[in-house]
Design a protein around this ligand. Structure first.
Ligand code: AMP
Length: 398
């Protein structure tokens, strides 16, 4: 145990052999533990579901609710450093952990990214643009803001939204009352955003260590289907100048917010090369799964290095790659394909990752496949030709 270290956060180094405590036992925690175990770290995870994806590969799982402060205290007692794999960490648990253990990521970044309005203000304070927005407190305010922004525009809840939940694209004034009545049920502030007619969605994951070292991963181009990430394509199909600018914005945000660990920055890119930040996530991100085989250091190893205060790893791209998500409905077709495969497809390295979830519900993230290639179009054609992602076909041909 090394709890005295909390006083010296900027100099505290957790060496391999130490124990990393993870709040949350989903796939992000699992891949974090797999990366950290290679280096010799031990893992203890807290998650309410027994045999969770992370619990299966950790040294120990504490089975308890995320807001169970007593269980979090047990986690803290076993760990030299605590990290989390989701951003909706209970405020009481976060405060307790901050007081009683070493949480290099702090709780302020969580507080910021748990709330869209706070997050947007923090991004603006870093000198980075977001889509024009307004806080909405009543149906009248919404009506006035829709008149200013024009339609379409997007109404979002300030907290609790993910994968497109908690938002409503308002396409005509006739929808205003219903949109307000529906989203205001969430009992959180609402925010109206101007609709950005983006050409592409891209993301950059930046890592920052307690010493202030910052490294960014190559820009990913992300294609969503039904608001869920379907593909990441790296390098992104845009110019070098846009990529450098996107990386610079992510670095600025990481430094300005005093990030420790990872911050994923999702952005809209318009046809004339303008970038608007949409969202932040202070953790490993689905759009960074491509790094597992395609970069010199994966996002998961980088996060371990950052929270343990080791030097950050080289983030260079070793091979172009397409990451494709495996949702519940894709699992059986993928397994059928894998079982029938007699040889690796020509010119591709196909890396299958499955998260060990027990139930393959539709739309649930069950795994992903990284397709390494020297020919992105060839990889996209292969993904289409397997038939595994039949429903999503055609979304990337832009
Ligand atoms: P979010 O939950 O904020 O990540 O939004 C989910 C998806 O909705 C994004 O990935 C975009 O495709 C779309 N979207 C969200 N906000 C906007 C916006 N202001 N303009 C255009 N599209 C948006």
């Amino acid at each position: 145990m090394n709890h005295t270290a909390k006083a010296a956060a900027s100099t505290n180094v957790i060496l391999p052999g130490g124990t990393i405590g993870v709040l949350g036992g989903g796939q992000l925690g699992r891949m974090l533990a797999l990366a950290g175990r290679h280096m010799g770290y031990r893992f203890v995870v807290l998650d309410p579901t027994p045999d969770s994806p992370c619990g299966q590969v950790a040294d120990e799982q504490i089975v308890a609710a995320y807001d169970d402060a007593e269980a979090a205290r047990r986690l803290a007692a076993k760990a030299d450093v605590i990290t989390y794999e989701f951003e909706n960490v209970d405020a009481g648990v976060a405060a307790m952990l901050m007081a009683e253990s070493y949480v290099p990521q702090g709780s302020e970044l969580l507080h910021t990214t748990q709330h869209r309005l706070r997050e947007k203000r923090a991004i603006e304070a870093a000198g980075v643009r977001v889509a024009p927005y307004e806080e909405i407190r009543s149906a009248e305010e919404l009506r006035a803001a829709v008149a200013r922004f024009g339609t379409p525009c997007v109404l979002k809840t300030a907290t609790g939204g993910y994968d497109g939940k908690g938002q409503w694209v308002i396409r005509s004034e006739a929808e205003i009352d219903e949109a307000y009545a529906t989203l205001s049920k969430a009992r959180t502030e609402l925010v109206l955003e101007q609709f950005i007619r983006f050409e592409r969605e891209i993301s950059v994951i930046a890592a920052r260590s307690p010493r202030g070292e910052v490294k960014t991963f190559p820009v990913a181009e992300n294609i969503h289907v039904d608001n869920i990430l379907h593909l990441s394509i790296v390098p992104a199909r845009t110019t070098e100048a846009v990529c450098r600018e996107a990386e610079k914005l992510a670095e600025k945000i990481a430094a300005s917010l005093g990030v420790v660990g990872l911050i994923a920055v999702e952005m809209f890119l318009t046809a004339d090369g303008e970038l608007f930040v949409n969202e932040l996530a202070p953790r490993p991100h689905n759009s960074g799964h491509y790094t597992m085989e395609a970069c010199a250091t994966s996002q998961f190893e980088q996060h371990v290095r950052a929270v343990c205060n080791l030097p950050l790893g080289a983030a260079a791209l070793l091979s172009p790659v397409v990451m494709v998500n495996v949702l519940g409905e894709h699992v059986q077709p993928l397994l059928d394909w894998l079982g029938a495969q007699t040889a690796e497809p020509d010119g591709l390295a196909v890396k299958v990752h499955l998260y060990g979830k027990h139930e393959a519900k539709e739309k649930r993230k069950m795994g992903h496949v990284n397709v390494l290639t020297s020919d992105i179009d060839g990889a996209l054609a292969w993904i289409e030709q397997t038939g595994i992602w039949a429903k999503e076909i055609g979304h990337w041909n832009k």
